[in-house]
Design a protein around this ligand. Sequence first.
Ligand code: FPP
Length: 230
Amino acid sequence: MDGNGRWAKKRFLPRFAGHQAGLETVRRLVKYCAQENIEVLTLFAFSSENWRRPQEEVSLLMQLFITALQREVQKLHKNNVKLRVIGAREAFPNQLQEYIAQAEQLTAQNTGLTLVIAANYGGRWDITQAAQRMAREIQQGTLQVEALNEQQFTQYLCLADLPEPDLFIRTGGEQRVSNFLLWQLAYTEMYFTDTLWPDFDQAAFQQALHSFSTRQRRFGRTGEQLEKNA
Ligand code: FPP
């Protein structure tokens, strides 16, 4: 969700106004995804590296996350949305951790859209914590080194129970993955747009979905092989 700061700067507003406008985009897109029966929407809200921002911006962002949870959770629940937060949440203020736990608990049985918020998340962090947990099980003798393979490893990652993402969207003109779902993006279609996140409306999202629908996903096969099996 890149471009909040620039969106605000263009309007001579403080950066935080951009994050507030960004939250509006989140609201609209979550509603749209739920309506369109999209299975999973994962949003990168705060990266492991975002702590490096000015302290004032970091604490305003924490406050925004708290307010958003307070205001939106009932609505998400009513709309059958299941909320999940991934990342090293122990670094967050206690109050935020509590709201996250409550929101996850409240919506755990919902069967509609799964909304994943990546917060204090990093793809390398995810892979490292998976390796640590696995190593511990090997040490304890409950896992055999010989049993290790890609499928087994995936089980230790944060999103083990969810399908791999079909489409990755980055707004704001940058063409980088920036430590997002590194393992899970292996075969994901990438979509980059100059649109700043607060301006990323339904039409812009539909354009991304349209671009996705025109891609041929070969997963290592040839185009001819796919056409033969179609
Ligand atoms: C990146 O834009 C955006 C963030 C670091 C924060 C994203 C947060 C929200 C959209 C608000 C709430 C979200 C949830 C899910 C509760 P930037 O600040 O790097 O923009 P810039 O590149 O223009 O400076």
